[in-house]
Design a binder for this molecule. Structure first.
Ligand SMILES: Cc1cc2nc3c(=O)[nH]c(=O)nc-3n(C[C@H](O)[C@H](O)[C@H](O)COP(=O)(O)OP(=O)(O)OC[C@H]3O[C@@H](n4cnc5c(N)ncnc54)[C@H](O)[C@@H]3O)c2cc1C
Length: 524
């Protein structure tokens, strides 16, 4: 497989005569989905991401591909129906990364057993033939057998239902690869710093290379703002002083050893003390617990978990687990920001703010996509493209992404082999070891990640920094932040050799990564 030549893609920006059909700002789920749809329809497509692919919210989700049981309880049937359909498409088109997972709701009252059995039967019905398995009631004894870590005091029984689970950042990387295969240009570490206009209409963007500072003026028939919680920053470039469209809401997860709930099933707590939903999900052989919903007035690429959010998760988990987790048990804590559509009345209650997406067209023709979920990225992209075609007067072409397999797609996966995330590339990753036997060694003695994965990520997955590798190509930062810090030195050394960087670069990378990873660690 030919390596991705970033310089060649950068060169395509230097053609000052070129007019792209569409420029997309933002390389998260929304931007990548839109770039894929555009390229697949045959449009000249450029996607620019200021940091790494999925550096923002798209690597910090609960990792669920779901209709959203909670939205069903809120009566938002159309959102649930749409997400269930998209769940089915993700399972079909990215089957190497998305799997069917059973969730158990432990019930401590008879009423809850009946209530959730009926509610989830409706969820199955809405999924129709895309249902991943029938909801059923299980006895107290079976709940304890399937969830050995559950607090059995007062337990009456449980309800089992099915949803999807995935690796968010890995899917983003595979979407970027699919975009490239479809003819798009995708570049990370290029920030859009300005918008150019012809009269009152957007005619392109000003973009800056975040490493070299080089700047380009790029022309486009239409520009899409898919920057998640940064949407308002781009809108300010278009129309200074415009009303904010986004209300960020922070969600935090803590990661524990799997032994806190040694189970193949996930746990869903449908109603926490403050009326939220909490999941405890097995992921990469650990247990991910979350999330919170904290309205914020600021946004950044590296949001930090609040002490109150960590305390809330640990306290709620302690009520449902046999062994109460403490701060010392937390292997990693990560925070993400939901780009929720701001309510008009400036209410700060984010639980009630719409989770469905909106595609908005400014007077200048700038298209902004806001809200939504990872699960619905493809539909969001389709809706955005329809608007883009109309705004730019592009020759209409139908959307075909519902039938488009994502790079790496393969029917059968061995979920116990950590290399499953590479799908059809798995064997090619292993072949690298023929080039250098040393690459068969692990990055960290306690984890299966191989040195060959670093080389693969640099050559084929656009990884530029140690963080790109340890946070989003292999997920060690999210799984165990201390182990990630320990692995940073060898990762930097290997990357430096592969990218032709010097020792100074290596040291800087390790220092930068260590500083970042400390935010994923809890002080006792
Ligand atoms: C805690 C939490 C849990 C969630 N769990 C789930 C879940 O389990 N399942 C699910 O379906 N959904 C989930 N979601 C929702 C889902 O993660 C988001 O809807 C989705 O990731 C948003 O993607 P995005 O591309 O819109 O935003 P982002 O991923 O934030 O991407 C925007 C990108 O734009 C880039 N950018 C910003 N400004 C510029 C600029 N000037 N130039 C270039 N690039 C720029 C940023 O660097 C960023 O990478 C969750 C969200 C949160 C916060």
């Amino acid at each position: 497989m030919k390596a991705i030549d970033r310089n060649q893609h950068l060169e395509s920006l230097s053609d000052s005569e070129k007019t792209w059909d569409i420029i997309i700002i933002g390389g998260g789920a929304t931007g990548l989905g839109t770039a894929l749809d555009a390229a697949n329809r045959g449009y000249q497509t450029l996607l620019l991401e200021q940091a790494d692919l999925a550096n923002g919210t798209s690597s910090r989700s609960t990792k669920l591909v779901h209709g959203g049981v909670r939205y069903l309880a809120q009566g938002n049937i159309s959102l649930v129906r749409e997400a269930l359909r998209e769940r089915g498409l993700m399972l079909k088109n990215a089957s190497h990364l998305v799997k069917n997972l059973s969730f158990i709701i432990p019930c401590y009252s008879w009423f809850d057993i009946i209530y959730y059995s009926i509610g989830l039967a409706a969820y199955d019905l809405l999924a129709g033939r895309l249902s991943l398995g029938k909801t059923k009631r299980i006895s107290r004894k079976e709940v304890i057998k399937r969830l050995p870590g559950i607090n059995a005091m007062g337990l009456k029984g449980g309800v089992v239902y099915h949803d999807g689970q995935f690796d968010d950042a890995r899917l983003a990387v595979n979407l970027a690869q699919t975009c490239l295969e479809q003819g798009a240009t995708v570049l990370n570490y290029i920030k859009v710093t300005g918008l150019s206009k012809s009269g009152t209409k957007i005619s392109g963007v000003v973009a800056r290379d975040m490493e070299t500072g080089k700047t380009w003026h790029l022309k486009a028939k239409v520009v899409v703002n898919a920057t998640g919680v940064f949407v308002d920053d781009i809108l300010q470039l278009d129309s200074p002083g415009s009303r904010p469209l986004i209300k960020p809401s922070q969600g935090v997860h803590v990661v524990l050893e799997r032994m806190f709930m040694a189970s193949e099933d996930a746990v869903m707590i449908p109603r926490t003390d403050d009326g939220r939903v909490l999941f405890a999900v097995p992921w990469h052989d650990k247990l991910v617990i979350g999330t919170t919903d904290t309205p914020l007035n600021e946004h950044s690429l590296e949001p930090v978990a609040l002490e109150s959010e960590i305390a809330f998760i640990l306290k709620t988990a302690a009520a449902y687990l046999k062994h109460s987790p403490t701060r010392n048990d937390v292997l990693s804590v990560f925070a993400g920001l939901r780009p929720l559509a701001a309510p008009n009345d400036r209410s700060s209650v984010t639980k009630e703010i719409s989770r469905s997406h909106q595609v908005l067209v400014a007077d200048s023709g700038l298209i902004s996509v806001i809200g939504g979920k990872w699960t619905t990225y493809r539909q969001m992209a389709e809706d955005t493209l329809e608007k883009a075609i109309a705004v730019a007067g592009l020759e209409p072409v139908c959307c075909k992404t519902a039938e488009l397999p994502v790079h790496g797609h393969r029917r059968e996966s061995d979920w116990n082999d950590h290399l499953y995330v590479y799908g059809s590339d798995r064997e090619k990753v292993l072949e690298l070891i023929n080039e250098q036997a040393d690459w068969a060694k692990k990055l960290h003695p306690n984890y299966p990640y191989l040195r060959a994965e670093v080389i693969w990520a640099v050559r084929h997955e656009m990884a530029q920094t140690v963080e790109d590798i340890l946070a989003r190509r292999v997920r060690l930062l999210f799984v165990d932040a201390r182990a990630a810090i320990a692995a940073s030195s060898i990762t930097a050394q290997m990357m430096a050799r592969e990218l032709g960087r010097d020792e100074n670069w290596q040291n800087q990378q390790v220092a930068r990564f260590t500083e970042l990873a400390n935010n994923y660690l809890l002080q006792p």
